[in-house]
Design a protein around this ligand. Structure first.
Ligand SMILES: O=c1ccn([C@H]2C[C@H](O)[C@@H](COP(=O)(O)OP(=O)(O)OP(=O)(O)O)O2)c(=O)[nH]1
Ligand SMILES: [Mg+2]
Length: 147
């Protein structure tokens, strides 16, 4: 599916899928970032999109950064609305309790997953139809073996 993209930073490449079949296209940071343990930063990616109506782009963390450095995204997954025309940004956080992390301009810091979305027409009712789960949640089916 074609998606119109403007490069706000002409020296950096467009988002790209690393392999055929990948769901996520990698997003780059346009700036150097140093995150102390527990610190967060809103990082620019140098792109703006015009998603087709009926789609959303979700900003997901990269598992490699998470596993190696404890870097995740505060609002994961970030929601890029179809009507948003501003720069896509990533709210990175360093969850490592001890080590700072340094990311360089051009590093792949997140991945963008496009999905089709439905919009609800919310219909108010007095009572909901029953279901096998009912209002059970938050561990109602049990937890780990020890709990
Ligand atoms: O990780 C993200 C999340 C959001 N956005 C942009 C696109 C999105 O369409 C807009 C608003 O995001 P969201 O709705 O999550 O934020 P909000 O706090 O509800 O702000 P608003 O009142 O502008 O909707 O910010 C990003 O670039 N990256
Ligand atoms: Mg919003």
């Amino acid at each position: 599916m074609p998606v119109q993209v403007v490069r706000l930073d002409a020296d950096l490449p467009l988002p790209a899928y690393a392999h055929p079949g990948d769901a996520g296209a990698d997003l780059l940071t346009t700036v150097d970032v140093r995150l102390e343990p527990g610190e967060r930063a809103l990082v620019p990616t140098g792109i703006a999109l015009a998603l087709p109506s009926g789609y959303v782009a979700l900003v997901h963390p990269r598992s490699g950064l998470a596993a190696r450095h404890g870097v995740s995204i505060v609002n994961t997954p970030g929601t890029v609305d179809a009507g948003y025309r501003g720069e896509v940004k990533v709210l990175l956080v360093n969850l490592d309790p001890r080590e700072p992390v340094e990311l360089r301009r051009g590093d792949r810091v997140a991945q963008l997953v496009l999905q089709r979305v439905e919009r609800a027409r919310f219909v108010e009712v007095e009572a909901l139809p029953s279901s096998p789960r009912g209002d059970g949640g938050y561990g109602s089916t049990g937890g780990f073996a020890s709990t």
